[in-house]
Design a protein around this ligand. Sequence first.
Ligand SMILES: C[S@@+](CC[C@H](N)C(=O)[O-])C[C@H]1O[C@@H](n2cnc3c(N)ncnc32)[C@H](O)[C@@H]1O
Length: 227
Amino acid sequence: MRGPRAKVRDYYSGTIERHGPTPLGVDWPNAASQYLRFVQLLKLCDFKKPFSLNDFGCGYGALLDYLAMRHPQAEVAYRGTDISASMISAARQRWAGNRRATFSLGSQCGEMTDYSLASGVFNVRLGHPVADWESYVESVLRDMRASSRIGFSVNFMLPHDDQPMEDELYRSQPRRWVAFCRKELGCSVSLLKDYGLREFTLLIRRKPSTAVRRQTGSHTARRRSPR
Ligand SMILES: C[S@@+](CC[C@H](N)C(=O)[O-])C[C@H]1O[C@@H](n2cnc3c(N)ncnc32)[C@H](O)[C@@H]1O
């Protein structure tokens, strides 16, 4: 059987090829819910200072639209990564004039930034067994931790009370991932829910002893050193 990454890549290449660089093109029903997720995920970041940011699973770079609208003064060195070549090509076309944004094709953050976030990356399981999908989610979270100096944020869909989980989707209770991030990744975790969507967001911070100290004056992305 093909692993999660190849199936996910083909699925999202299909959505953007059908719907173009729009919320539907990244499988969201509308921009309002897409932006509401960004509001939650960005609660991790201190907008009073310049910072660098990995947008893991960036799609066509809608987060940059949101940042321009809601935080026009913010100095954000933005780095988008996506597994789908069609997404990265759409993102590069849309943001060709933005000197503070770079995009790369891949399924790892690749560079160390102050913060990383991922919106909607774990939702579409495409029939993979839950245990395999959860190992895959763990590997992504480990990479995000290793690539974030201060912390990272992610979202997950919540289960329905009275229905089994759909084979194509992944839903989880918060405790599964709060425990993983606390115990396995040694991070502190804040849980956000009840913000109007059937999902939750985790703001995951490295503990001070494990946080990677920033070099003076640097808020740019740096290639990760092996650790
Ligand atoms: C639901 S879409 C959301 C896109 C964007 N974050 C947004 O909210 O507009 C999920 C995106 O994550 C990308 N993705 C999923 N799994 C990935 C992985 N393992 N590595 C890199 N990108 C991934 C998909 O190609 C898709 O563009």
